[in-house]
Design a protein around this ligand. Structure first.
Ligand code: ADP
Length: 603
């Protein structure tokens, strides 16, 4: 249903029509009925007044009054009963629309190519679109209908006037044009100023989050930055408040001046109708009811039109964003579950002269990068921050495929593997690994959703030294962790890390990668965790990524990444032989981190 295309106002009606046809038809039907109410009201009141005057002047029988009274009663019933019924219908429609439309949007978001997630501009667009899509669609839908409603209401009244006195109808149309114009202009203006206020609001909401959210609590008290942030918050709040006040005052002035103009127009119209009444072109009943209807219509136009135009500008902006979002490229088969790779015999992974630059960037991040890794060994990629280590992994897992050169797994091109196969084959624990507010067990099980192996989970828990932590939890492995649920228990950063690594261990992947998930630990702790991981994971091909060499020493082979390619490769001992080599220099400068440890061991 969510196609890549330019979404237009018409889609605001056609999409709800596809999802909730009955409710959409009912709403449109009601809108049409409601738009004819002013004309109907005018005609039946005129009918009633004319009949009543005829009875009063003995030109008609009393029983003739029943008909206009009946029509007025019908009008009263419809205008009082229908809105409540419509509200019920609309709520049901909104709920269904919510479920279906939101699901489509969430799926689209999940299928987006990774480059859109890393690109700030597109990611902001995604945020804007996903914030409240259903609200926008409903709002847009109602706005289009209320515009049509206003138009039909006005035209039908004009037809009534014109059918009695054509010239007066034309004059009324001409005097109403400025009113339309003013309303449209102020509507757009208000929207533009409102955008500015929105931007500022977003900024101060973020500051408010820093001041109150518990994720910032430690640093808040450590650095004592609250007063400074608070001052900035106050300034922004004040600025946005001033803008909003300006909009409100402007709207108020527009409304009031609009009402005065409307009143004047009303008086002019009444003046214009008087000669027709005199000449007998208009009955007294029609004159009185027309005057009432015209006053209320012009009054309504003076505020509703401006509001409708303001909303219209908002909805149009949203549709532009929505169209752009719908056209963002998707990763093929992105939502496939990992393939079962139990029978896959991995033997080699090779990069052959791979060059890559990030979309929109000028410089190659990887530059003719070549290496070959074999099963049965552990490898470490080391190098300064920004050398390109993580980028190698991003290409390997298929996040980007606009690279030059070839990546081969078992001598078969990476591009010839399905995304599901790659997901099954490769597991990564990233530096910013995810913390799921689920149970301990589910945090591990997410590593392989195809299988449920209780025994394996227990083994991993024991290997990863998590038994002690779990013993302290009220419901053991079934305790919810994190900060989301009321009864859930938060655990330490190190414990989250162990859980993330457990997830990798639980997967059946053949290529396991630890991309500095331990960056938050000190160098010694990192080495210990990597050693523990190596001991548990002896038979699995593993790549460690680190800029700290203590952890690299445990690998069979080390690859030094520098300026986007492999500058040195070999065992620790071999690399230490290169006089003035990158590895040797790095090792010398980091040696002191590990010396304390060896002293402790030597005692
Ligand atoms: P490492 O893992 O060795 O620290 P990365 O592979 O993360 O290095 O980054 C290599 C280079 O690519 C850095 O200069 C970094 O700024 C740049 N880079 C990383 N991600 C992106 C991105 N999404 N868009 C543009 N440049 C990026």
């Amino acid at each position: 249903m969510l196609n890549s295309k330019d979404y237009k106002l018409f889609d605001l009606i056609s999409i709800p029509f596809k999802i909730v046809p009955a409710q959409t038809i009912a709403t449109i039907f009601y809108m049409l009925l409601d738009s004819l109410v002013p004309a109907y009201q005018t005609l039946v009141i005129a009918f009633f007044i004319n009949t009543a005057t005829d009875i009063f002047n003995n030109r008609a029988d009393f029983s003739e009054i029943y008909m206009p009274i009946g029509l007025i009663m019908a009008y009263l019933i419809v205008t009082h009963l229908f809105p409540s019924i419509m509200q019920i219908i609309e709520t049901a429609g909104r709920n269904k629309l919510n479920v279906i439309l939101k699901k489509e949007i969430v799926l689209k978001r999940a299928r987006l190519e990774y480059k859109h997630i890393e690109n700030n501009e597109t990611w902001e667009l995604v945020h804007r679109v996903c914030e409240d899509p259903v609200g926008f669609f409903m709002n847009g839908f109602n706005n289009v209908l209320s515009g049509i409603n206003l138009l039909i209401g006005t035209i039908s009244l004009l037809i009534i006037v014109m059918s009695s006195t054509f010239i007066t109808g034309i004059v009324i149309m001409l005097v109403s044009i400025p009113l339309f114009y003013i309303a449209m202009k102020t509507g757009k203006e208000n929207y533009t100023i409102g955008l500015e206020a929105q931007k500022i609001k977003r900024k101060y909401t973020y500051l408010a989050d820093i001041l109150s959210n518990r994720d910032y609590a430690e640093e808040r008290s450590l650095f004592g930055y609250s007063p400074a942030i608070s001052e900035r918050y106050d300034k922004l709040y004040e600025k946005s408040y001033k803008i909003e006040k300006k909009i409100q005052i402007k709207s108020f002035i527009n409304l009031k001046s609009g009402s005065i103009v409307a009143l004047l127009i009303g008086i002019v119209i009444v003046g214009l109708l008087l000669p027709s009444l005199n000449k007998g072109e208009l009955s007294i009943g029609l004159f009185i009811s027309l005057v009432t209807a015209i006053f209320s219509l012009v009054q309504r136009m003076s505020w509703q039109l401006s509001y409708t135009m303001q909303q219209h500008a908002r909805v149009k902006e949203y549709l532009k964003d929505f169209s752009e979002f719908s056209k963002l490229s998707e990763k093929e088969n992105a939502d496939d579950v990992p393939a079962d790779v139990d029978n896959f015999m991995f033997h080699s992974l090779e990069f052959k002269s791979v060059s890559f630059k990030y979309p929109g960037a000028e410089r190659n991040v990887l530059d003719k990068c070549s290496f070959k890794l074999l099963n049965g060994k552990n490898y470490a990629f080391v190098g300064e921050n920004g050398a390109g280590k993580t980028t190698i992994i991003k290409l390997l897992v298929g996040m980007y495929d606009e690279y030059e050169g070839d990546i081969l797994i078992n001598d078969k091109n990476l591009r010839d593997y399905s995304f599901a196969e790659l997901k099954g084959l490769i597991s990564v624990v990233y530096q910013n690994f995810s913390k799921y507010a689920l149970t301990v067990k589910d945090n591990i099980r997410l590593g392989n959703i195809l299988k449920h192996d209780e025994e394996k989970i227990n083994r991993i828990i024991s290997d990863m030294n998590l038994v002690g932590m779990i013993r302290e939890l009220e419901f053991g492995v079934d305790t919810y962790i994190g900060k989301v649920k009321k009864n859930s228990k938060d655990i330490s950063e190190g414990q989250w890390q162990r859980l993330a690594i457990s997830r990798l261990l639980y997967s059946s992947s053949k290529i396991n990668i630890l991309d500095e998930p331990t960056a938050a630990l000190d160098p010694l702790e990192e080495s210990r965790l990597y050693e523990m991981f190596r001991d548990i994971n002896l038979n699995r091909f593993t790549i460690y990524i680190t800029h700290r060499l203590g952890a690299a020493k445990i690998s069979d082979e080390i690859l030094v990444v520098s300026e986007g390619h492999i500058a040195e490769q070999g065992s620790h001992e071999q690399l230490m032989q290169y006089k003035d080599g990158i590895y040797q220099n790095m090792f010398e400068s980091q040696k002191s981190w590990y010396e304390a440890e060896s002293k402790v061991h030597n005692v």
